[in-house]
Design a protein around this ligand. Structure first.
Ligand code: HEC
Length: 167
């Protein structure tokens, strides 16, 4: 029995941090409630239309719907750095296996669109109504940065290789 006591005590500060972050998430969600967590098709298409000055990877992504940074070690490393800097890892866990926010490594999605790169981009760019900020709409992350973070997310996949849906 004793063995179980120590880890439980150690977890308490984390639980408190989790509560604080959960409240922050709710506040953030509420203050953005008029923004576009449920963008219309036109709004999505507008963002996904190639524009002059798009960085090369962004342009290729908009044309193909596939993230050119997937499996690019430099981009994955930069994505990890960014994910820590903007706190994806605080809410989803440093290995993204889930904390306040859901597990992003299993291939089982609350929003099935996240099984494609286009869908994952939409989620990170426009946010959700259930606690995910709209990183793109509010300008916290550039499109290029979102793609790098997405490459990091894909690199953490721990499901069956045959079940990959975004390649
Ligand atoms: C303040 C906490 C918080 C932060 C920071 C955060 N998320 Fe989330 N995330 C959540 C919550 C809560 C959900 C569940 C949202 C819902 O159910 O609508 C979620 C959902 C998601 C989903 C959808 C998962 C699914 O199962 O469909 C993805 C993908 C995601 N987050 C990626 C990210 C990325 C990438 C970042 C960093 C740019 C990030 N999150 C930062 C809390 C957070």
């Amino acid at each position: 029995m004793k063995k179980w006591c120590a880890p439980r005590l150690e977890r308490r500060p984390l639980a408190r941090l989790s509560t604080t972050l959960a409240i922050l998430a709710l506040v953030a969600a509420a203050s953005h409630s008029s923004s576009s967590a449920d963008p219309g098709d036109e709004e999505i298409a507008g963002v996904l239309t190639p524009k002059d000055g798009d960085p090369p990877a962004v342009g290729r992504f908009k044309e193909s719907g596939k993230n050119p940074y997937n499996k690019d070690p430099g981009a994955v490393a930069e994505g990890f750095r960014l994910a820590r800097a903007v706190a994806c890892t605080h809410c989803h866990g440093s290995d993204l296996s889930g904390l306040i926010g859901p597990d992003l490594t299993s291939g089982h999605w609350r929003y099935p669109r996240n099984g494609t790169d286009k869908g994952l981009f939409q989620t990170v760019y426009f946010g959700t109504n259930g606690g995910m900020a709209a990183w793109g709409t509010v300008g916290s992350l550039t499109e290029d940065e979102i793609l790098k973070i997405m490459a990091f997310v894909r690199s953490q996949y721990r499901g069956e290789p045959a079940a990959v849906t975004w390649e």
